[in-house]
Write a protein that binds this ligand. Structure first.
Ligand SMILES: O=C(O)[C@H]1O[C@H](OP(=O)(O)OP(=O)(O)OC[C@H]2O[C@@H](n3ccc(=O)[nH]c3=O)[C@H](O)[C@@H]2O)[C@H](O)[C@@H](O)[C@@H]1O
Length: 440
């Protein structure tokens, strides 16, 4: 019996041995048969890359020495497994931080930040910027940080980008939350700049219901937070609440002319409701509110494919493509550089003025003139390609900024020429037409 058992038990061992050897041989032949074309480094994790390179080396050097081959392959597989386990542990740690804190700020290798002011406890405010990773939001965050405040950014990254605030990540005064304002947020703050909303017509028309939710439910959530923690709120409203205006230039007292069922209504009407909510909460719950009606703003950190006219024209010019002008071309806009807007927003927030306030540059141009200006300023000649008109596109727009001048002592400072030059320099970099060092 004993002899029989020993005889039977030898067979599976032998079988397993043959299988392992066969598998290794197949792997060896497979590696040898593969063309020597490694995947690009960016597509491979370091652990996978190390493991595969090792296997390749083993497979090509071991030749006929099967035992050596087997043990080296085993070693390579162990090493790859070990690396995978290590990376999994790291990911699990990250996930558990995210689960408990609702946020995860990865460590950054750099520890040099732009120099911020050292404010004492009384002067330093805790400030929330919704949409703070967006084009305007990130410039505002820069100024608030430089002034020495504690800044929390909440952004869902629909149009915002982490890279816009990358330079603050890890700073003790800065926190970045991946958060959509349609969900409530529970934090302690003294001031809220509520900027979260898509702003380019192309982007806000992409999902009209989502745009409406961001501006209505999002604003209710922000006002709810303001009520709980007694924070002052500034809402980023827009010149679009005037619709296709019948009064020119537009004063804050003008009630507007909006097509409630047109393609722009999701933005225009939800911004109008948001303004209404601001004053309804203010009246009922005594919340301190500010409403900025922002006119066409441009500058660095606009997305290359944002879709608005300034980024479109500059990128088209630099790419040598025709400039797309929507008919008729004699519609007008007044363009403000982003740093002017940021100083206006901060002045309004810290003023005693609580009624809506226009922030814009009153210098008005037709779109055809603007196309010519972009070419003159950049020094690159291009063609104009006339496209069919956009439904409900406002025919004219120009802010009356008397209120901002008298109540805030604010007016724009950056000329269109300087602003376009700075923005062009930014897009040159984005397009890879110049390296970073050259531009700085
Ligand atoms: O800043 C504002 O006051 C508001 O206006 C903008 O809307 P709009 O003025 O239509 O912005 P653009 O998309 O830049 O268009 C400006 C004009 O240029 C025209 N355009 C746009 C893009 C293009 O490639 N070609 C072109 O001729 C448009 O038809 C429009 O007449 C945005 O909707 C809002 O973010 C903002 O609140």
């Amino acid at each position: 019996m004993a002899m029989g058992r020993r005889g039977i038990s030898k067979q599976p061992v032998l079988l397993i041995g043959v299988c392992v050897f066969g598998a290794c041989l197949l792997l060896f032949l497979f590696m040898r048969g593969r063309p020597a074309k490694p995947a690009p480094e960016t597509e491979r994790s370091p652990s996978t890359a190390t493991g595969l390179d090792h296997l390749n080396t083993v497979a090509t050097t071991a030749k006929n020495d099967d035992n050596e081959l087997k043990s080296q392959i085993k070693e390579a597989i162990n090493e790859a497994n070990h690396n995978i386990e290590r990376r999994l542990t790291n990911l699990e740690q990250t996930a558990s931080i995210y689960k408990t804190k609702g946020t995860y700020t990865p460590p950054v290798s750099q520890n040099t930040y732009p120099k911020v002011k050292n404010l004492n406890e009384d002067q330093r405010k805790r400030i929330l910027v919704t949409g703070g990773a967006g084009f305007v939001g990130s410039h505002l965050v820069d100024q608030l940080m430089l002034q020495g405040h504690e800044v929390t950014v909440a952004d869902n990254y629909f149009t915002g980008r982490r890279r816009n605030v990358q330079h603050w990540i890890g700073h003790p005064n800065f926190e970045l939350l991946h958060h959509d304002v349609v969900e409530p947020l529970m934090i302690e703050v003294d001031q809220i700049y509520h900027l979260a909303s898509p702003a380019s017509p192309v982007k806000y028309m992409y999902n009209p219901v989502k745009t409406i939710k961001s501006n209505t439910i999002g604003t209710i959530n922000v006002l709810g937070l303001a009520k709980r923690v007694k924070a002052r709120v500034l809402f980023a409203s827009t010149s679009e609440i005037y619709g296709d205006p019948e009064e020119h230039p537009q004063k804050e007292t003008y009630w507007g002319h909006v097509n409630t069922i047109g393609p722009r209504a999701c933005y225009d009407e939800s911004k109008r409701v948001a303004e209404t909510l601001m004053y309804a909460y203010s009246k009922r719950d005594h919340i301190d509110v500010r409403v900025a009606r922002i006119f066409n703003t441009y500058g660095p950190r606009m997305h290359m494919y944002d879709g608005r006219v300034v980024s479109n024209f500059i990128v088209q010019t630099l790419n040598g493509h025709p400039l797309t002008v929507y008919a008729p071309g004699n519609q007008t806009r007044s363009f403000m550089y982003v740093s002017d807007l940021v100083s206006g927003l901060m002045k309004l927030m810290n003023s005693n003025y609580s009624l809506p306030c226009n922030l814009g540059n009153p210098e008005e141009h037709t779109i055809l003139e603007f196309a010519q200006l972009v070419q003159d300023i950049t020094g690159v000649k291009g063609k104009v390609s006339m496209k069919k008109s956009q439904q409900d596109d406002p025919h004219k727009r120009k802010p009356d900024i008397t209120v901002a001048k008298t109540q805030l002592g604010w007016e724009p400072k950056v000329s269109l020429r300087d602003g376009i030059l700075k923005t062009t320099a930014y897009f040159r970099k984005e397009l890879g037409l110049v390296n970073n060092e050259q531009e700085q």
